[in-house]
Write a protein that binds this ligand. Structure first.
Ligand SMILES: CC(=O)SCCNC(=O)CCNC(=O)[C@H](O)C(C)(C)COP(=O)(O)OP(=O)(O)OC[C@H]1O[C@@H](n2cnc3c(N)ncnc32)[C@H](O)[C@@H]1OP(=O)(O)O
Ligand SMILES: CC(C)C(=O)C(=O)O
Length: 555
């Protein structure tokens, strides 16, 4: 039964003098990828050695310096993978691998066996401390649970002594930290630190997991600030966070947690992990990047990250996934397209130092995305977007007065199909509507003579099979007069635009014209090697439309 009364609200801790809301993140935290452990343990098919190796290689390439590579005491494949990394010397000198173990002696001992020969490594031991786990899973009181942690810490320390060649660091996680009374969590962690602090200079990490996300991120941040203030030997430990995404706020919790004093963040690429996933390092890293902060991870080839993640996890990356999804830099809606087009043009024209483009929080090209994907056209799109597609993909810049006319044609097509329309189809519609010419109305040549402020011109046109002669203030005017005289119609030039086309194009000029012929409007575009040729052809094409129309009308 869908009955909310079955649930109780989470009780926040009392922290009225919190300071984290006034803090800003100004640098990247220390990152630790747990793709190969927490990510892996949540998969339908855990990664095989080949997939793990591919993921590890990517993580190193992205710049991770700490990578939890598995739970080697849990399974032979995990054990073998750690051995492979060490024996095949696949771990760069500046990368530290990490392994997870429960606080059980046989598992700790096996973890050290797996790590033998590593230059440096982090042994990560955990046990659950929340009220629910204490009472319902372990059946132990607070002292009993603390004793597991302390005993685990002791075994971790003792076994490390048997492998003095490795530079060991130790990590402890009070699993289900957020469901634990804060005073008690501090007590357990203080006790673990006390064990490990016996070895002076030993790197220690206390990792605080939101094993299941149970509150709003501000409550988590309060817990972190409170914990950091109250732990006894704060200066000896690195405080790490390991958030999950059950309420959809895994990244927000980690961010506020860093503001509250944490130094290190554990997470996965694209947020794979138990249930709704671990906190997504790509999202948090890109959040920093978009604020001008170096994430110290290289996400410039997002496609490669997606390919490897999809290959290794056998799960698809959602099209709307923050920063990485296929559609996150794409606008279909007209007003967004219009603003993006104007904003990008403004940016280029004013040579701005900072990226501030409407609807695009970053330049998609920074992460290897093309502008092509930014504007896509369907029935929600507007004239600006359609014009941009023609300009972007075909170098055809339409004058503003022509945008609405083309957009109407495209809109009809998208409404009829109910689907997205490709750039190729938009170009075909443009040709059909603006440049199509029966072939009878093609300009073969022209001869212009200037005198008494007027141009006398002769036009060689297929259709007339004779030369047309006209006089006017310019070539276009002269042609219109010639046509008006020859075909006994009234012609007025309502709009006219001509410009050179982009460098590198085979044609060099584009002309657009709107004529009013016997009271009706006809517009056309022509592209030719020179501006006069393009202008005259545009007039002929527009005129041909009226001619067809009249013939149709007559029939
Ligand atoms: C929040 C997290 O993601 S933690 C990481 C979880 N990851 C995994 O579990 C993946 C790998 N795990 C495994 O392959 C297995 O669970 C193993 C190998 C670790 C342990 O396997 P098994 O001993 O066969 O079974 P299981 O996991 O059910 O063990 C539960 C026992 O361990 C105890 N236990 C559980 N966690 C811990 C811990 N952190 N420290 C000490 N003891 C623990 C339980 O109380 C229980 O004891 P009991 O047998 O006396 O009741
Ligand atoms: C072992 C801990 C860090 C964990 O994976 C969790 O609590 O989610």
């Amino acid at each position: 039964m869908f009955d909310h009364r079955k649930y109780r609200p989470f009780t926040p801790i009392r922290l009225s003098d919190r300071t984290w809301p006034d803090k800003q993140i100004t640098s990247a935290p220390n990152w630790c990828s747990v793709d190969l452990r927490d990510g892996n343990q949540a998969l339908i098919n855990p990664m095989n050695v080949e997939q793990k190796t591919r993921m590890f290689t990517l993580l190193v390439k992205l710049g991770f310096k700490e990578i939890e590579v598995g739970f080697p005491s849990a399974s032979q494949p995990d054990f073998d993978f750690v051995r492979k990394l060490i024996e095949e010397k696949l771990i760069p000198d500046d990368v530290c691998i990490q392994v997870l173990t429960q606080a059980r002696e046989e598992l700790i001992s096996r973890s050290y066996e797996a790590l033998e020969g590593a230059k440096q490594a982090i042994v990560h031991v955990y046990n659950s401390t929340s009220t629910v786990q204490r009472e319902q899973v372990f059946g132990l009181d607070k002292n009993g649970i603390k004793a597991i942690a302390v005993q685990g810490a002791k075994w971790v320390r003792e076994y490390a002594m048997q492998y003095p060649q490795t530079a060991w660091r130790f990590q402890y996680s009070p699993e289900s930290f957020t469901g634990t009374e804060m005073e008690y969590a501090v007590k357990v962690c203080d006790a673990v630190i006390e064990v490990w602090a016996q070895d002076k200079g030993r790197g220690m990490i206390i990792n605080l997991p939101a094993t299941v996300e149970v509150s709003t991120p501000n409550v988590f941040a309060d817990q972190i600030e409170w914990f950091c203030r109250n732990i006894k030997q704060r200066d000896l430990v690195e405080i790490s966070l390991h958030t999950h995404n059950d309420r959809g706020c895994g990244v927000a919790a980690a961010e506020l947690g860093v503001m509250a004093g944490a130094d290190r963040i554990e997470g996965t690429l694209i947020g794979n992990g138990e249930r709704t996933g671990n906190m997504d390092i790509v999202t948090m890293g890109m959040n920093l990047y978009s604020q001008g902060i170096d994430p110290e991870l290289d996400f410039s080839d997002i496609k490669e990250i997606i390919n490897v993640v999809e290959y290794c996890t056998e799960l698809p990356v959602a099209a709307r996934h923050p920063w990485a999804g296929e559609l996150v830099y794409t606008a279909f809606s007209g007003s967004h397209q219009d603003a993006i087009r104007k904003s990008i043009n403004y940016h280029e024209e004013h040579n701005l130092d900072f990226w501030e483009v409407a609807y695009l929080p970053i330049d998609p090209r920074d992460i290897g995305r093309e502008y092509e994907a930014v504007i896509r056209i369907n029935s929600q799109s507007g004239k600006g977007g359609v014009a941009l597609v023609l300009e972007r993909d075909y170098g055809i810049t339409l004058p503003k007065w022509m945008h609405a006319e083309l957009s109407k044609v495209v809109q009809q097509a998208t409404e009829t199909s109910g689907e997205e329309i490709s750039a190729k189809t938009i170009k075909a519609l443009f040709d059909q509507h603006f440049t199509a010419n029966s072939g009878q109305w093609l300009l073969n040549g022209y001869d212009l003579h200037t005198g008494d402020g007027h141009i006398s011109a002769q036009f060689d046109i297929n259709h007339s099979q004779n030369m047309l002669t006209g006089k006017g203030t310019g070539a276009v005017d002269a042609l219109c007069n010639a046509l008006a005289q020859q075909y006994c119609v009234a012609i007025e030039i309502s709009q006219f635009d001509e410009h050179s086309m982009a460098h590198g194009s085979t044609a060099h000029a584009q002309a657009s014209v709107a004529l009013t012929i016997n009271g009706d409007a006809y517009s056309a575009v022509a592209i030719a090697e020179d501006t006069s040729g393009a202008a005259l052809q545009a007039v002929l094409t527009a005129f041909s439309k009226s001619n067809t129309h009249q013939m149709k009308g007559a029939a």
